[in-house]
Design a protein around this ligand. Structure first.
Ligand code: KE4
Length: 419
């Protein structure tokens, strides 16, 4: 596989951007290879700068559920561009998109459009604190919610002793209001509430974790979070940046039948453009400026081009009956192939991770037991066979509606042959 052009581009990029990338995982650091520079994409395929074509299972980390360069999304963006790129003012598209979002996520009675998943979750947390007038937030080890200071934390000396920053540049104080619990462990959540019964504003959770690799909620886990937060007067925030419009049109809250108080959306909702959303019950969101005292703003929030892409993508999902059944069927074929090869797999709908761990992965601790070098070998095996999977053990494979049965079968054949 020729990679001279990607190599040349990477050498130049490293002179201009930290690590030569605009997001760390793209550097391929954990799989011991140089990153590929992508030059084109269409459907379930991407082509790198050297002309190598791959079946893509990163799908831009989730947004491309319809596949790359879907004609209706591209046409909507082109048409919107003719009217200018940004107004910094209200426009009808925001209403159309908000109505679609609320139609699929009835718990999001009021929504605010922002520019990234990080911004959506950060703002949702601020609104939760403003509404409850409480400071503490519980998150789960292994879950990722973007790079806002208070959410880049890791376990302190003990779960009850609060967390500590998990990034340089985050002041210790920023971690003081973030408590850490263990995913799929309701006792670890209840223990925190018993220790601070009136100070916890919210529990923030990926309703199906996908940032330690895919770790679905065990039966009863999400309902347990719903019950505990209700019992203690705290809010339940679903970070559906990955699962929104992915597990179902109404995301994990539809898929699992659990209604959170607030939701963050990203990725698919923007159709591949920088757009994300946070929202929730009227009484909570009415705390957000200009109605309330919780401040949040953005120059490009509700950008007309991104809004047009989001509307087109959701409209395409709406007009494709059976799409989620199809995504599940295709991903199940990949799961079966991996199991036939004796591999350890977690799958939730069209999200999947092959773990090189000796036991079932149900939380951060078991995920961390995975052999990263073995995953790196698996990644290279796939890439050398024309399959582009996540360049990290702790990410997901994403299947799109554009993945053809032929490409799924080819991928299954290659995975089955892995030794
Ligand atoms: P962004 O700020 O990257 O748009 O969204 C942050 C975020 C929030 N919540 C969840 C559940 C997320 O998965 C993410 C971002 N996901 C990663 C991939 N696991 C984005 C890829 C990257 O960081 O380059």
């Amino acid at each position: 596989m020729r990679t001279e052009r990607s190599h040349e581009l990477f050498e130049r990029a490293k002179q201009l951007m930290p690590g030569g990338v605009n997001s760390p995982v793209r550097a391929f650091g954990s799989v011991g290879r140089e990153p590929l520079f992508i030059a084109d994409s269409r459907g379930d395929r991407i082509t790198d700068a050297d002309g190598n074509e791959y079946i893509d299972y990163v799908c831009s980390w989730g947004p491309d559920i319809l596949g790359h360069a879907h004609p209706s999304v591209i046409d909507a963006v082109k048409t919107a561009c003719e009217r200018g790129l940004t107004y910094g003012a209200c426009h009808e598209g925001e209403i159309v998109l908000a109505e679609k979002i609320r139609g699929h996520f009835p718990s999001m009675e009021l929504v605010r459009l922002v520019n990234s998943g990080t911004e959506a979750v950060m703002s949702a947390v601020r609104a939760a604190r403003g509404f409850t007038k409480r400071d503490l937030i519980i998150k789960f080890e292994g879950c990722y919610h973007g790079h806002s200071d208070g959410l880049l934390v890791k376990g302190g000396s003990g779960l009850l002793t609060g967390s500590v920053p998990d990034s340089a540049g985050v002041p210790a104080g920023a971690a003081d209001c973030t408590l850490l619990a263990r995913y799929n462990d309701l006792d670890s959540v209840r223990e925190l509430f018993e220790h601070d019964p009136e100070s916890i504003a919210a529990v923030l959770v990926e309703p199906c974790a996908a940032n330690m690799g895919v770790v679905p909620p065990e039966p009863g886990f999400l309902q347990g979070l719903r019950d505990i937060t209700t019992e203690y007067g705290a809010l339940l925030i679903f970070d559906e940046v990955i699962t929104g419009f992915r597990l179902a049109a109404g995301g994990a809250q539809e898929y699992y039948g659990i209604t959170p108080d607030m939701t963050a959306l990203g990725k698919i909702v923007g159709g591949g453009m920088p757009l994300a959303v946070y929202g929730g019950r009227h009484e909570i969101m009415e705390c957000v400026a200009p109605l309330g005292a919780v401040y949040q703003a953005g120059t490009l929030s509700g950008n007309p081009i991104a809004v047009a892409a989001g509307i087109a993508a959701i409209t395409e999902l709406e007009r494709t009956p059976g799409i989620y059944g199809e995504l599940d069927r295709k991903t199940a074929k990949l799961e079966a192939a991996a199991r036939n090869a004796g591999l350890n797999v977690n799958r939730c709908g069209s999200l999947m991770t092959v773990f090189f761990a000796g036991k079932r992965v149900t939380d951060y601790e078991t995920a961390q037991s995975a052999d990263r070098s073995e995953y790196a070998r698996f990644f290279s095996y796939l890439l050398d066979n024309g399959i582009y999977a996540a360049p990290s053990q702790f990410e997901a494979m994403f299947v799109s509606y554009a993945h053809t049965d032929e490409d799924i079968a080819r991928t299954a054949e290659i995975i089955s042959a892995y030794r």
